[in-house]
Design a protein around this ligand. Structure first.
Ligand SMILES: Cc1ncc(COP(=O)(O)O)c(C=O)c1O
Length: 452
């Protein structure tokens, strides 16, 4: 592609595509990708970058997998689509359901398929409310969510996203979604000055349930490890405590595993790390490694039974044209076979250790306030001063991203934190390059900020 063609594409893109989280100024100079192979993306100018966030935490098996293209082509040639509304089914979705239930928490029993993480969460909330409605407790409708949560961009999932910028301009929001503090020890209002989390953040959820009245609360929804909110792993006691609180108050626990599912934390699903089983879990992203869109919510036997036993005049009336899409399900099955053939869950644990150890060494830098992570997810928080944890100022995140990009690494930031979640097939050399590039990028940006 010559320079004129590239310029024309870039001009048309910014003029006519409304990108997610769009602001015209931010989109100037966007990279136009053309190819991908393993952990590397290449743009139309032939420049290559390590895709250090697996694109959007989703391309787990890496780019350029012919097996997945072939699985899609085979299924499309045989049966690209048939509908899965009541009375109809297809073979790949039945097989995929068996696979998912064999991998998910032992209490899981029923799967509803959709297209995106937002839809899966939106419908999981409906499933939670429906469960209580059909159980004779229709007043249990409130949903508790956490600060820094990201659960999606539909109306209800915006309402349960705990980051203010996602709400601007979209009100009024639906009622009955209640925000609580999260498990972010570094900035915790209760225990930031103590060596470890005291779980006051979990206990406050119980206080909120009591304040609202347990009889009005349907569910607590949370990501096992915050993703877009800044890669925030919880204290090991946090999820077991949440489970106890939900059980004690007869409230459903929804785990949003849209990012953490499928090996990201070094386990198939993250709550395995702490021996907890949710009532409902949501999945998307790595289920197909994003080769085609697919998501789902999966319910425990207890919730499933209520759906199975629903009276005819109060059916579980949710819909999704592409539910259980045969091509998406065939790709997911093939994708999960790659995980097993290549031992990618174990690999994520091993690579994650290397990534977190490497980034952990950056703690010695005066401008690194915190390094946190779990499995193959990590974040480095840059600060003007280690003690005060003060910010280096607005725009520092964009500068860090630009300095990383110069060094052949692309990823995203949340505030002053640089986030990492590379593909599960990333090589050790590429992990080391991410670590070294991060240290150098921080040095460069801090030196520029401190320049008189
Ligand atoms: C934890 C989590 N849940 C839900 C979503 C929404 O998924 P989607 O963008 O596919 O709607 C995301 C997206 O990044 C996510 O990170």
């Amino acid at each position: 592609m010559n320079a004129d063609e590239i310029d024309a594409l870039a001009a048309y893109d910014i003029a006519h595509i409304i990108h997610p989280q769009f602001h015209r100024a931010d989109h100037e100079g966007a990279i136009i990708f053309e190819r991908g192979e393993g952990a590397v993306l290449t743009d139309v100018q032939g420049r290559s970058y390590i895709d250090a966030l697996s694109s959007l935490w989703n391309v787990a098996v890496g780019h350029g997998r012919r097996e997945l293209a072939e699985a899609a082509a085979e299924q499309m040639a045989q049966l690209a689509f048939s509908n899965s509304y009541t009375g109809y089914a297809n073979v790949p979705s039945i097989r995929l359901t068996g696979k998912l239930l064999s991998l998910a928490y032992p209490n899981m029993s029923g799967v509803f398929y959709a297209n995106s993480g937002s839809e899966a969460n939106e419908m999981a909330i409906k499933a939670a409310r429906y469960f209580w409605y059909a159980s004779g407790k229709p007043e249990k409708t409130r949903v508790i969510y956490r600060q820094e949560a990201y659960h999606g961009s539909t109306m209800a999932t915006t309402a349960i996203t705990g980051m203010a910028p996602f709400h601007t301009g979209f009100g009024p929001e639906p009622p009955d979604f209640i925000q609580v503090p999260t498990c972010y020890h570094y900035r915790c209002q209760w225990c930031a000055d103590q060596p470890a989390c005291t779980l006051a953040c979990a206990d406050t959820i119980e206080a909120v349930i009591e304040r609202e009245g347990a009889g009005t609360v349907a569910a607590v929804i949370a990501e096992p490890v915050h993703g877009a909110g800044g890669v925030i792993p919880p204290h090991p006691g946090y999820w077991p405590r949440l489970r106890e609180i939900c059980d004690r108050n007869d409230v459903l626990l929804i785990a949003d595993e849209v990012i953490t599912g499928f090996g990201r934390t070094g386990r198939w699903f993250a709550l395995e790390r702490w021996g907890v089983q949710p009532d409902i879990m949501t999945i998307a992203k790595a289920v197909t490694s994003a080769y085609v869109p697919l998501s789902a919510f999966i319910v425990s036997g207890r919730v499933h039974e209520v759906i199975l036993d629903a009276p005819a005049d109060a059916k579980f009336m949710i819909g999704c044209t592409n539910a259980a899409h045969p091509t998406a399900c065939a790709v997911a099955l093939r994708n999960l076979r790659i995980f097993e053939d290549e031992g990618l869950v174990e690999r994520a644990e091993r690579l994650g250790q290397r990534l977190n150890d490497g980034l952990g060494r950056l703690r010695e830098m005066p401008s690194v306030g915190e390094v946190r992570g779990l499995g193959l997810m990590a974040a480095v928080a840059v600060a003007a001063d280690k003690q005060s944890r003060a910010s280096l100022g607005a725009g520092v995140g964009a500068k860090l991203l630009s300095a990383l990009r110069e060094r052949g690494v692309i990823t995203r930031v949340k505030g002053d934190s640089i986030l990492f979640a590379p593909p599960l097939v990333t090589s050790e050399e590429q992990i080391d390059h991410i670590v070294n590039a991060t240290g150098d990028a921080i040095d460069e940006v801090v030196a520029a900020v401190n320049w008189p």
